[in-house]
Write a new protein. Structure first.
Length: 68
């Protein structure tokens, strides 16, 4: 297994590149792109700041996302 650490911004850009590849190459890459896109999105949602007392904690500017 390989662990890849990305900032939140890098993860968003990677997701955009996956979207472009599907639009360009079509169904040939769609299944693999969907797998990686879902993996990235699930990691991003796990990293969202907790809500406490109606206030959102300060967001870290360069938040890292780990994809396993």
């Amino acid at each position: 297994m390989v662990t890849l650490e990305l900032t939140e911004q890098q993860a968003v850009v990677l997701n955009q590149l996956l979207d472009i590849s599907v639009k360009t190459a079509g169904l040939g890459v769609a299944e693999a792109a969907l797998f990686f896109s879902n993996t990235i999105k699930s990691q991003l949602t796990q990293e969202e700041p907790a809500v406490e007392g109606g206030e959102v904690e300060a967001e870290v500017e360069a938040e890292e996302v780990t994809i396993s």
